[in-house]
Design a protein around this ligand. Sequence first.
Ligand code: GDP
Ligand code: IMO
Ligand code: MG
Length: 427
Amino acid sequence: MSRRVVVVGTQWGDEGKGKITDYLANQADVVVRSQGGNNAGHTIIFDGNKYALHLIPSGIFNPNIVNIMANGMVINPKALLEELNTLKNRGITEYKLYISSRAHIVMPYHIELDEIFENLKGKNAVGTTKKGIGPAYSDKVARIGIRMCDLLNPETLKNKLETSVKFANIFLKSQKRPLVKVDDIIDEYIEIGRKLKNNICDTGILLNELILDNKNILFEGAQGTMLCIDHGTYPFVTSSSPTAASIPINTGIPAKYLTDIIGVTKAYTTRVGSGVFPTEFEDKIAKKIREVGHEFGTTTNRPRRIGWLDLVVLKHVVRINGLTGLCIMLLDVLSNIDYLKVCTGYLLDGNEINYVPADYFEYSKCIPVYEVYPGWKEDITNVKSFDELPVNCQNYLKVIEDYLKVSVTIFSVGPDRLQTVTLKNIF
Ligand code: GDP
Ligand code: IMO
Ligand code: MG
């Protein structure tokens, strides 16, 4: 039987979704990116080559896979063409890529507005990737956005741009920035439309047909559930929902088709950008984790903040997404650490709680309650089975399973495609 598998980030992004999607893509026919834009950075390593994808689905390396950029995405088409060009320069020329005619477009003024809004927020700045994601989604819900289909029709594009630019200029004028003129930018976007016209289509129709044709589908998550606009640490979140529940709306398929929801989790926690992070710590161990795990952002190169594994966060995320399995990533990074802390509750005003408070200030006051487990010394980067793992490492995985009541289906012991151990087949 064919499967429709969602790969969802369970923390604050960068959990290794790209690696897992690429690994599972081997058994899939279709890979779909459904939300976000080039705020994402997905690292994939195989055959000695390292690739960083931001917009393009991680199935692009396999010429047989249908890659879809669905309607829920916000796409900077210039960045997309650059990404395709980078792949071309590295010999990736044979692929199938379809872009939703309903996907929204990140325009250059969205990038400028992203920076302006961040500056206006001052100490409350989100620490965005400055890729224009928030302003593009704002325009979408304000019903003044530009969509992929508009690029294919110069008259519609002019008409839409006139309205969208009118609103952008109100902000730009207030900040004494040069105003945008539709005539200065429109030709470039008509030309981009010409370049992409063979890729743009109704991906909702395509995806539903592929499902009815019994194809195996992978939905490649971007960001993580704690960055969700609804269920994350609002307002320090992204502007879309990276949850499993968002897949139907962001791709145009009925919810009933989803068969598996796989959560991707680092063996510890990281976060880039601002916002509450209860288990964050900064000492020699954190520095070591950052170094060994190369914890620097794929998109912005910012050093990632490091924290212990937070099971309260994961419980919240398991509940919201209905996870059917877990991939535990970067387990190798924890080798050679004497003890490992795991957060199992928070102290809020002296009382222990086991949920993520909605109120940001309440959450900021939470002090993690830890269980402490002995670490392991052994290098595990060549491990090929659960039994080969040191006992303390096996125990660490069991602690996670016991608390969350979700099985570990895959664990990962290095960045390479081959450094992946499957405990239970998904397809
Ligand atoms: P994504 O955004 O969820 O796709 O994750 P990123 O690619 O931004 O960040 C994950 C980082 O961890 C990348 O540098 C990966 O190459 C790396 N990585 C993934 N799995 C493992 C692993 O098991 N061990 C190690 N050491 N690195 C890993
Ligand atoms: P992947 O797919 C980690 C974070 C930003 C910032 C917040 C809002 O690689 O896991 P935005 O530019 O989206 O308005 O920024 O969200 N953020 C990510 N952090 N991984 C990502 O994607 C992220 N995408 C956005 O750092 O805190
Ligand atoms: Mg990333």
